[in-house]
Write a new protein. Structure first.
Length: 227
């Protein structure tokens, strides 16, 4: 199984933590350094040939923003969370492993997808998550989501934050009967089987899930020479 050539960008959420900025526009269209978050995310997908974006809250604005681009839009009639959203989009994404990407972070340094592609070994992995060491995670105040062992296998714990980018095999999505569910449920199964892996992002990363993250992200980009 080769490295993926399709990417799913999650853009359907309500953006409640970003209010009041999201009272009249979806969170992916909130601007950082003069560019919508969605466009920052789509820059990472330039290395794949097929890109799907899901939309729900104020989805017509997402569609208008992407008009004329080589991006497929899946309009969700209800919020499906990450697992349900990915499963819903599979007919547009095609078979095999898939890149997925959250649209509420800003990156600096090497392309996240290229880092994942270089570390992807499908014979032993069902998912490869791109992680950020807690001390390098700007706009984030927790202790981390995962611990990583010397072989790159992940367990729930402290030390590393999930960046919102990964490669994942979607086969296990069929095991869940509910329409809306988190990819965390699939990761748990992969972890139990010893097939959930991670790799660290060597550049900058900032969570922009709340208004305060905008200035922090812009400072990071300025330091990296991206603005």
């Amino acid at each position: 199984m080769s490295a993926p050539n399709s990417a799913m960008v999650f853009a359907a959420g309500f953006g409640t933590r970003m209010r009041p900025l999201t009272d009249t526009r979806p969170k992916p269209l909130v601007e950082v350094a003069g560019k919508p978050l969605l466009d920052h995310a789509l820059e990472l997908t330039e290395c794949v040939s097929r890109v799907v974006v899901n939309a729900h809250y104020l989805g017509e604005q997402i569609a208008d923003h992407l008009a004329g681009r080589n991006v497929d839009i899946v309009h969700e009639t209800e919020i499906l969370d990450t697992g349900g959203g990915l499963r819903n989009a599979l007919p547009r994404l095609g078979p095999g492993p898939i890149f997925t990407l959250n649209s509420d972070a800003v990156w600096a340094g090497p392309n996240a997808f290229e880092t994942l592609r270089a570390a992807w070994f499908p014979e032993e992995m069902d998912a490869l998550l791109l992680l950020v060491p807690v001390q390098n995670a700007r706009g984030y105040s927790g202790t981390g989501d995962f611990s990583i062992d010397t072989d790159g296998r992940l367990t729930r714990g402290d030390g590393y934050v999930y960046s919102g980018a990964q490669i994942i095999k979607p086969d296990g999505l069929t095991e869940f009967s509910e329409p809306a569910f988190s990819l965390n449920l699939l990761w748990n199964k992969m972890q139990a089987a010893g097939r959930l892996f991670g790799v660290a992002h060597p550049g900058g990363w900032c969570d922009v899930g709340h208004p305060g993250g905008i200035a922090v992200a812009e400072e990071m980009l300025a330091e990296a020479g991206n603005v």
